[in-house]
Design a protein around this ligand. Sequence first.
Ligand SMILES: [Cu+2]
Length: 529
Amino acid sequence: MKCTQARLRQYDFVITRESLRPDGVKTSMILVNGGFPGPTIEANLGDTFKIRVTNYIDDDQGTAIHWHGLFQKETPWMDGVPSVTFCPIAPGQEFTYEFTADRVGSSWWHSHYSAQTAGGLFGAIVIHGASPYTYDVDLGPVLIVGLSAIPYHMRQIALTNNNLINGKMDFNCSSIPAGGPSCTPNAGFSKFRFQSGKRHLIRLVNTGLEGLQHFTIDGHKFTVVGLDYTPIQPYEADMISLTPGQRADIVVYANAKPDSSFWMRSDVDPTCSASSQPHAKSIIHYETANEDSSPTSTKIPYTLTGDCVAQPLSKTRPLVAQPLAPLGPSFVQTLDYTLALNYTPMGAPQFLVNGRRFRANYSQSLLLLANDDGGSEDASAEYGILSNVWDFSYNKTLRMILNNFFVSPHPMHLHGHDFWILAQGRGVWDGTIQGNTSNLMRRDTHQMIGAGADGSPSYLVLEFTLDNPGVWAFHCHITQHLILGMYMNIIYGQDAIKKYKIPASIDATCVSWREFARGNPVEQPDSGL
Ligand SMILES: [Cu+2]
């Protein structure tokens, strides 16, 4: 019998600024233990992660790590969102996260402090458990990242300059204008080994800033078996699309001769992104193929949908059904997303939801405030307009009808929950649920397509169960949109929150942040998350 006792999985993250050339271009990055991508954290279902994070970034900025897609039930204070669940980890300080590995599958951790993820501050999460998938070899995480050459400390975010797989890719150095960063050609590709006749599990994650990625493997079809942390009814595909924040577990049957080799590829969709080099490549060598050989395989063609839809809802059904509440949701909230130009006093644009934007107050934790609070006020008003808190206390389920009035799509991500996807499309939702309400797709990140060129809005309808009291982030996962305020906090279960025994280490982050900020007025040029 296999030992199933929960174990402690300990990691030590030291965050520093490093000069690195992942694709040959000299880039200033913010990294964990000097690596890009950062370390993969790995556990069995039910294990406890204990991760010490030390902030040694050189230029007086805080940091925070978020564990994307985990529920954090009973530990909402470990979700890693500064100003919401704790305060930023101040320069020179450390914070130890402790939480349960509560989902089986593939995900990633990343900074939730301003645009630090764009500087390379991310890595994979792999949690093993009774897997519904059949495979022979676990090839591990394949992180796809559209990289911007403009480092975060310049307070600007560019679009994708190059597209990388597991932190590697060539770059055409001659395309860099005179006076640009130094560049070493032929930086090289990530390499994987296939065994002929075996089934390989690949854990795909889009860890990029903004681009919708289309992933293919020359000469191979694959079976999609999981999306985000949700195992699905398997379906065959030769291309899978992922927005930033989304994951897919795919199983690839190695159907070729033992000496063959193929390109693995991912392309940024040109419809909704401007990218100077959108094509990522890495190499799959079969078992006897020469390690130094370059594949001569050709790309599998696919057609773009033209509107950056990530996955058609018709194809994706969870393996384990969870029916919608039969009597409908206990609350329905319509959320209109717009972009307002020249909005801030400095003239910056802002994304608004029902006319409200978000700006983090790093010196406080909303969860601590809700925990301390003796009163019973409506939290929406209590924490200040810029905290953008939406109080859904005393409801069991929440349906959100999102309307997008901006031309760009938005990959929407909810912390602490999976949502059901009820409907998506152009125009105004007519109330029709697209699919069988006994088993709609569930996940934690999904694309809301852009508004039409004629100005007609698009919609995305989500619903989830309010079974995890806390203060939870709901935001767009495009870095540029998030730092322009496309973020809201969802709070519910205030009575339960007041009963939480929040560890003293959470308040200690706020004490040390306020201490740090007193001596060093902190530059916060954006929303802060
Ligand atoms: Cu967005």
